[in-house]
Ligand binder design. Structure first.
Ligand code: 13P
Length: 251
């Protein structure tokens, strides 16, 4: 059966000492109880090595927030999937709306990134989601289906089985405006059906689909209670250990 997962996305926040302190705090909180879900933190590249050294990855998984669309070579400033793997991280967020929007990531580059991540034993947390205008026009289902098809459906069923999906309506990210639990469930069920149409029911039932967008301790339980919402990808609220753990405890 699929896993429930709460993953933090720190984005471009915290210095290395601040990040190490936060990771230590989260790790310490998790030592005190048995979480009913997998817990992951995705941190800036600079933080991966020092954070890896202070967490117990049996309890707290570690991921990057991106990786390059090439394996190695003359790509100044980029960080490859093998480099991320060599830090000890085992997850990578790919296709976040901020990367699509501000850094021009296309389905084509994302397919490369997914393939390279999988080749380096990194589990992709692949983000999809519509902007406000698309939801208002009523095209949100088509938009999300296209993002999944174009970004992922070239994969074999075996490789697709390693991917975690994250539905993040762009209008809910960092805005304080959460999708209602019903809106999230409606889209998550749709996404699972898209996966079933391509890979069959068993693969679809085993795919974890996380919700992201202004998820906080106060709304997490209602969202996670929905049958097709398998956890959350948490931005702002992952920067405070108490809030993040509050969301973990919503399971
Ligand atoms: P917020 O939780 O800050 O809205 O961010 C969500 C997100 O983008 C996680 O990837």
């Amino acid at each position: 059966m699929r896993k429930n997962i709460v993953a933090g996305n720190w984005k471009m926040n915290t210095t290395v000492p601040e990040g190490v302190a936060l990771a230590k705090e989260v790790n310490q909180c998790l030592e005190g109880f048995k979480a009913n879900c997998e817990v992951i933190i995705c941190v800036p590249f600079t933080h991966l090595v020092p954070v890896c050294a202070v967490i117990d990855q049996q309890k707290l998984g570690l991921g990057a927030e991106n990786c390059a669309d090439h394996k190695s070579g003359a790509y100044t400033g980029e960080v490859s999937a093998p480099m991320v793997e060599s830090t000890g991280a085992t997850y990578v967020i790919l296709g976040h709306s901020e990367r699509r929007q501000y850094y021009g990531e296309t389905a084509e580059t994302l397919r490369e990134k997914v393939a390279l991540a999988l080749a380096s034993n990194l589990q992709p947390i692949f983000c999809i989601g519509e902007v406000l205008e698309e939801r208002e026009k009523g095209t949100h289902f088509d938009v999300v289906r296209k993002q999944i098809i174009d970004g992922l459906f070239n994969l074999s069923a075996e490789d697709f089985g390693k991917v975690i999906l994250a539905y993040e309506p762009v209008w809910a990210i960092g805005t304080g405006k959460t999708a209602t639990a019903d809106q999230a469930e409606e889209m998550h069920a749709f996404i699972r059906q898209c996966v079933a149409d391509r890979y069959g029911k068993e693969v679809a039932e085993n795919t974890s689909i996380l919700y992201g967008g202004s998820c906080k301790p106060s709304n997490a339980a209602e969202l996670f209670a929905k049958p097709d919402v398998d956890g959350g990808l948490i931005g702002g609220a992952s920067l405070k250990a108490a809030d993040f753990i509050g969301i973990v405890k919503a399971f």
